[in-house]
Ligand binder design. Structure first.
Ligand code: ADP
Length: 485
C-alpha cells in the first residue's frame, strides 16, 4: 500500500491573523483535521477556491494520518482536488494505485442507486457500503475518511427531498462502518425563501454544520459578533420585506381579478342595449322600405322611441365610464347651486316610475319639508339614482323607503330596501372601484356606482355609509353639510 504519510505536507489555510482557539474557522479546521468516527459534517461555501482549500485540508490530513479516503465528486472537483494534493507533495497516482485514495464520479455513482428520483436504500447499501468495506480492508482497520458531493448534485437537480433522504442513508451506514463524512453545498443554491425547510432538514441531518467562508474565516471575535448582528438585522428586514411583498402581491392579484370581472361586466352591460338598438334599427330599415302598404307611422314612432331609449342607455353607460376616469384623474368639478334635496329626490323617484314598475317595488318617499343647501344638482341626482337603482335591483319585489331630513347644518338622505342585503365582510369593499358582492350572472352592473357615489358625496364634504344584514335588506345613509361652496 503506497501510503505517503511522511511525504504529505498538509497545506495550511491562509490566515491573516493567528487563529483564536474558539473561532469558528479554527473549530471548523480542527473538526476537519480530526473528525470523529461517526461525524457527518456539512460545510457550506460561496467560492470554489475556498471549497478546494477545505478539501485539500480535510483529505490531506486524512492521508497524513494514513486513513483510506473515498472521494465522490464531480469531474472538475476531482481534478481540482488532485491538483491541490499534488501541489502539497502527495503522489496521487500511487495513493490511488495502492487503494488509499478512491476517486469516484458523483453523477455516475448516483445513477447506480437512484430509482425514480429517490435513493434506493438497498442499492445504496450495496454500492456505497460495498465501497467502504473494500476500502476499509485496504486501510487495515483504520476508519475511512469520506467526502461526497452527490447530495449537492441532487439539490441542484431540484430533488431536495432526495438529498435529505440520501443524507439519512449515510447516517444509517454509520452504524455499520467506521467512517467520517464531509458533505459540501454551494450556499448559492439556497437563495429562495422556499428553500428554508429543506435547508433546515439538511443541517439537521448532520452532526456538525460549518458556515461559509465569509463568516467562517473571520478570526476576530468582535468582527464575528458584528457579522452575526448584521445578519440578524438582514434576516429580519428580509422577512418583513417578504411579508410586505406578499401582501402587495395579494392586493395586485385581487385588483387584476376585479378588473377582469369589470371588463366582462362592462362588455355585457354595453352589449345589451347595443343589441337591442341594432334590432330596432333593422326593423326600422325594413319598415321604411317601400312595400306598397300605407306607411305604418304608428309602428315607426314606437320603434324610434325604443331605439332612442337604448341609445340613451348606451350614452349613460359611456358617460359613466368617462366619469370614472375623470374622478380618478382628479378632474371632478362641482358646480354648486341652491338645491332643495327633498324636491330633487321626489322628482327623481317620479321620473323612475317605469323602473319602479318593472322592479315591482312599492316606494315610500318621506321628503316633504324643503332641505336646502348649496350642492351640485346633477351630481347629487347621479348619487341618488345609483342608490335608488340598487335598491330596486337588489330589493326587487319588496318595499323601498326613501327619506330626506335636514337641519340648518346638515342634510340626511336614507335609501332603505328589504332585498338580499350585504354580508359584513363586503360592506367596505363595495365602495371600491369595480368591486361587487352580488353574483354577476344574477345582477348586471359594473361595480362603479357606489365608488362614484361616495367620491361625489365626499367631494361635497359629506359621507355615505351602509348598514345591512344579509337577507334583510340594506340601508344607505348619505350626510351632506348644508352650507358649503
Ligand atoms: P353594481 O350595482 O353596478 O354592481 P355598485 O357600486 O352600485 O355596483 O354596487 C357594488 C356592489 O354592492 C353591488 O355589486 C352589490 O353587490 C352591492 N350592493 C349595492 N347596493 C346594494 C343593495 N341595495 N343591496 C344589496 N347589495 C348591494
Amino acid at each position: 500500500m503506497a501510503v505517503l504519510p511522511s511525504m504529505v505536507t498538509v497545506m495550511p489555510l491562509p490566515t491573516a491573523a493567528p487563529p483564536h482557539d474558539g473561532s469558528p474557522y479554527h473549530l471548523g479546521k480542527e473538526l476537519l483535521r480530526h473528525p470523529a468516527n461517526d461525524s457527518h459534517i456539512v460545510q457550506f461555501y460561496e467560492d470554489e477556491a475556498f471549497l478546494m482549500e477545505v478539501l485539500a485540508h480535510y483529505l490531506g490530513e486524512g492521508l497524513a494520518a494514513g486513513e483510506p479516503l473515498v472521494v465522490i465528486a464531480t469531474d472538475s472537483h476531482r481534478r481540482g482536488i488532485t491538483e491541490r494534493l499534488v501541489a502539497t507533495g502527495v503522489d496521487v497516482e500511487a495513493a490511488c494505485g495502492g487503494g488509499q485514495l478512491t476517486l469516484l464520479d458523483a453523477r455516475e455513482t448516483l445513477s447506480l442507486f437512484m430509482v425514480e428520483g429517490r435513493p434506493d436504500a438497498e442499492r445504496f447499501q450495496d454500492i456505497i457500503g460495498g465501497t467502504l468495506a473494500k476500502v476499509l480492508a485496504v486501510g487495515k482497520g483504520s476508519r475511512v475518511r469520506a467526502y461526497g458531493e452527490m447530495v449537492d448534485l441532487l439539490w441542484h437537480d431540484g430533488l431536495g427531498e432526495a438529498a435529505v433522504a440520501l443524507e439519512e442513508l449515510w447516517n444509517d451506514l454509520a452504524a455499520r462502518y467506521p467512517f467520517s463524512l464531509l458533505c459540501t453545498y454551494a450556499l448559492g443554491g439556497f437563495g429562495e425563501e422556499a428553500h428554508a425547510p429543506s435547508f433546515r432538514d439538511i443541517c439537521r441531518a448532520h452532526t456538525h454544520v460549518v458556515p461559509t467562508e465569509s463568516y467562517a474565516t473571520m478570526e476576530d471575535p468582535d468582527c464575528r459578533l458584528r457579522e452575526v448582528t448584521l445578519l440578524q438585522q438582514r434576516a429580519l428586514a428580509l422577512e418583513n420585506e417578504v411579508a410586505h411583498r406578499k401582501q402587495v402581491e395579494q392586493r395586485l392579484l385581487e385588483a387584476l381579478s376585479s378588473r377582469d370581472t369589470f371588463l366582462w361586466a362592462a362588455s355585457h352591460e354595453l352589449r345589451t342595449p347595443l343589441t337591442a338598438l341594432q334590432l330596432q334599427l333593422q326593423v326600422l330599415s325594413r319598415m321604411s322600405a317601400p312595400h306598397g302598404d300605407e306607411p305604418r307611422e304608428e309602428h315607426l314612432r314606437e320603434r324610434l322611441t325604443r331605439a332612442t331609449r337604448h341609445a340613451e342607455r348606451l350614452g349613460l353607460l359611456v358617460e359613466g365610464l368617462l366619469d370614472v376616469s375623470r374622478i380618478s384623474d382628479g378632474q371632478l368639478q362641482l358646480e354648486a347651486e341652491e338645491v332643495d334635496l327633498s324636491r330633487l329626490v321626489r322628482d327623481a323617484v317620479a321620473s323612475s316610475s317605469d323602473a319602479v314598475a318593472r322592479a315591482e317595488c312599492h316606494v315610500d318617499v318621506v321628503a316633504e319639508a324643503p332641505v336646502l343647501g348649496r350642492w351640485d344638482r346633477q351630481r347629487l341626482e347621479q348619487v341618488f339614482f345609483n342608490l335608488f337603482d340598487n335598491a330596486l335591483k337588489y330589493g326587487r319585489g319588496r318595499p323601498v323607503e326613501v327619506r330626506v331630513e335636514g337641519s340648518a347644518e346638515r342634510a340626511r338622505l336614507v335609501v332603505k330596501d328589504h332585498g338580499i342585503g350585504i354580508p359584513a365582510e363586503h360592506q367596505d369593499r363595495i365602495f371600491r372601484r369595480f368591486e361587487r358582492a352580488a353574483p354577476s350572472h344574477h345582477f348586471g352592473g359594473l361595480g362603479l356606482g357606489l365608488w362614484m357615489a361616495r367620491r361625489l358625496v365626499e367631494a361635497h364634504g359629506g359621507s355615505l355609509q351602509v348598514q345591512s344584514e344579509p337577507g334583510h335588506g340594506a340601508t344607505f345613509t348619505l350626510k351632506l353639510p348644508s352650507r358649503r361652496g
